[in-house]
Design a protein around this ligand. Structure first.
Ligand SMILES: *Cc1c(COP(=O)(O)O)cnc(C)c1O
Length: 404
């Protein structure tokens, strides 16, 4: 049984708060986190929600209340997590390409840190020596993930310290007595194949003897969730079982306690989210039937940026006959959400809902074309709460300095 919001609940929210609107379902987040807890029960494991997927402060508070921890990709996300009530020890800052000053700030805030360059590792060693345990983010030269844009572990990727430079890492560690407490590898997003994670596990197993203070092995995030009907996501129970075998074996072999760390973003929040739009115009041209909605890649860029599939439903007229539609937005730019997609007959004014809109939806939004960012609504225990208001005109001028 899967937790979801009904069409009627979504229609009621659209009526009350207007469109376009993002809707999140707290209980679905809980359900996803529980799946992870169950899957990873057989060995010491920490789950850090990769909050760049969705940072609304109420979502962060809900996730904190579940006992889940948080992974941040910028110092501002670290500050949002602290604001939401996460304790520093439950916050992880996995950096990439950042100024050393952000690492200094993260140290002063007392959070866990993964460092992703030799340059910053050297600076870290000089300043902190052995006094602050730290993780290193490695690039394993593995190609994996939904597509190249979301693949981070391959040999041309900017992420992490290339694995072939491990001797230089060890040199820096030795010179500065750096306390390397963890190894981190995040190979990308939408990784369905459990073997990709286990290849990472093999690399960890090889490296562990060279890092006697390592205690955590961080496999990153990237669990796939189903976007289409009949699609399957990452087999998380299987992954949990295999990772537990590895952790328990390493613990026995090396006589020290290891923990597995994970940083899922999409897995935790993708399916909790619904994006509701309204159809402005219908237009027919040859065989193409366009339905133009009151949104665009300014609100949901994944279809255009990653060629992602989002299931779309006409919740105003679900019993209508199926016809093929090309769903586009109102932005002066090609912003096609779906091409020739069978959807229940659409009339102008109908509400279309995009599923799996919780992760990287609102978060990657912008004010392009001087359009407003949408409202966000959270449903918890059957009640709907406005958790971010829709932009208004003054928001478009807020940071502008009028000098003329
Ligand atoms: C984005 C990111 C994640 C989360 O990826 P998902 O595909 O959302 O699970 C985890 N770790 C790091 C370092 C990331 O950059």
């Amino acid at each position: 049984m899967s937790t979801s919001l009904s069409r009627q609940q979504l229609l009621n929210i659209a009526d009350e708060y207007g469109t376009p609107v993002y809707v999140y379902h707290a209980e679905k987040i809980t359900e996803q986190y529980q799946k992870l807890k169950t899957a990873f029960a057989a060995a010491p494991t920490r789950i850090f929600y990769a909050c760049k997927a969705l940072t609304n402060i109420n979502i962060l508070k809900h996730i904190n209340s579940l006992g889940c921890q948080v992974d941040c990709s910028s110092i501002n996300e670290v500050k949002l997590a602290l604001h939401a009530g996460f304790e520093p020890k439950n916050i992880l800052y996995t950096s990439n390409g950042i100024a050393f000053s952000e690492i200094e700030e993260a140290v002063s805030l007392g959070v866990n840190i993964n460092i992703d360059s030799l340059s910053n590792l050297g600076k870290f060693g000089k300043k902190y020596g052995h006094s602050y345990p730290v993780g290193i983010r490695l690039r394993p030269n593995i190609m994996a993930g939904g597509n190249l844009k979301i693949s981070t572990g391959h040999e041309k990727s900017k992420f992490g310290i290339p694995i072939e430079q491990i001797d230089q890492v060890l040199e820096l560690v030795k010179t500065n007595q750096i306390h390397i407490a963890g190894l981190h590898i995040h190979t990308g997003s939408e990784i369905k194949d459990v073997d990709v994670f286990m290849k990472v596990g093999d690399i960890f197993a090889e490296l562990v003897p060279r890092f006697p203070e390592v205690r955590f092995l961080d496999f990153g995030g990237g669990f796939k969730v189903p976007y289409k009907e009949n699609e399957t996501g990452t087999d998380v129970p299987l992954l949990g079982q295999k990772v537990a075998e590895l952790i328990n074996q390493l613990t026995a072999t090396h006589q020290r306690n290891f923990e597995a760390w994970f940083e899922p973003g999409k897995f935790i929040v993708s399916e909790c989210g619904y994006f509701i739009t309204e159809v402005n115009v219908l237009k027919e041209s040859g065989k193409i039937r366009f339905a133009g909605v009151n949104s665009g890649f300014n609100h949901l860029i994944r279809p255009m940026f990653y060629d992602s599939y989002h299931h779309i439903e006409n919740i105003s007229h679900p019993e209508g006959p199926l016809k093929n539609y090309t769903i586009t937005g109102n932005i002066c730019e090609t912003d096609t959400f779906a091409t020739d997609r069978p959807i229940a007959e659409i009339r102008e004014g109908d509400k279309l809902v995009f599923y799996n809109a919780g992760a990287y939806g609102y978060e990657m939004g912008s004010n392009y074309n001087s359009r407003y960012k949408p409202a966000q609504v959270l449903v918890k225990e059957g009640k709907a709460f406005l958790v971010a208001r829709r932009d208004e005109f003054t928001d478009l001028l807020r940071n502008q300095v009028e000098v003329l």
